[in-house]
Design a protein around this ligand. Sequence first.
Ligand code: GDP
Length: 425
Amino acid sequence: MVKAIVGANWGDEGKGKITDMLAQDAEIIVRFQGGANAGHTIVNDYGKFALHTLPSGVFYNHTTSVIGNGVALNIPLLFKELKEIEDRGVPAPKLLISDRAQIVMPYHIEMDALEEERLAGRSFGSTRSGIAPFYSDKYAKTGFQVNELFSDENELKDKIHRISEIKNVMLVHLYKRPPIDEKELFETLMGYRDMVKPYVCDTAAYLYKAVKEGKNVLLEGQLGALKDPDHGIYPMVTSSSTLAAYGAIGVGIPPYEIKQVVTVSKAYSSAVGAGAFVSEIFGDEAEELRRRGGDGGEYGATTGRPRRVGWFDCVASRYGMRLQGTTEVAFTVLDVLGYLDEIPVCTGYEIDKEVTEDFPVTSRLERAKPVLEKLPGWKCSIRGIREYGDLPDNCRRYIEFIEEKTGFPITMISNGPGREDIIYR
Ligand code: GDP
């Protein structure tokens, strides 16, 4: 059975924790999109980890971790991450890398940073991981698939030359940088080849067989629905689809095999990067939520930069859950809100003097002001509670209010960063 774990919002909803938790009963965990541009924070028996490329199942002996064809594969970073977890006592994970995954090239990373610098005040707030140049090349058909590392070396050199001709126009003339050193790039790719060799295979065929044998497979999404290039807050989105539906393409299995979509949604909002964020809060109020948020504050797992924070947004979350094809919701980081007397929730957007509950296109979204409703807080710690009925009345009221407003069943409530901090409903 295939289950996707995806985000309802702007990312950082706590998908890593939920994946790590659900991986106890899974055999295979697969990344299907994105790259090392966002991180999943996981707290377990081995300590606290920020994973960027490895699937969140790598901490178990019984799971196989797969990097699917849809991923933007940064090879040196993947191996750095592998070494880091092994150095901290985690047994070497069983890892498979798709032979059709494409490679994040050094010039993708360089050009991402150069473009952000060029845009200055108009930048996207990119993590400069090369993701936008990478996916642009993939769809312009100028990318490199992993299997090409193993093809004829002269063919590879020819292709490096052809691609460099295009890249150099931008590097030299737009960014005033030196052109690509083709020889050095070839050597880098040969280094990549040696690193990935033991892991590369036809992962789509492997997964197809596993699914037919009834194995439990988790597809782990990165970022959230509002960062999807089609349905999100374009252009302040990421460059690969963040939706569960893309899981089928990003790993190569039939779409009808994804039977469950667990959409992770956080009890308040947070976002990184630029773009409209209607329920955002500022000043001391924001600083307090940021400091108390997540596990050790709302700061990016990849960049360490402060995340933007705000109240729970029913309009954006309902839209995100709908697009994900949600079958159930995991509601996370609820424990953080225990300090508030009253908890504002955004239930509508006011746009041009009209209130709507439908998530608008970006040009209208930028004019939206939040309509807030205040719910009473519960003013205590809910950490350690394992039964829904043991939660304070106002806490259950908050959950049920959000469930009613969003229209999707909340079946899991996360009240702490650890694997065991979960209430099933
Ligand atoms: P992801 O990218 O969706 O995996 O999310 P991140 O890992 O970037 O952000 C989630 C943060 O919240 C991490 O620091 C987690 O350890 C933490 N976290 C997850 N669930 C909970 C929870 O229920 N309570 C608290 N306090 N922290 C949580």
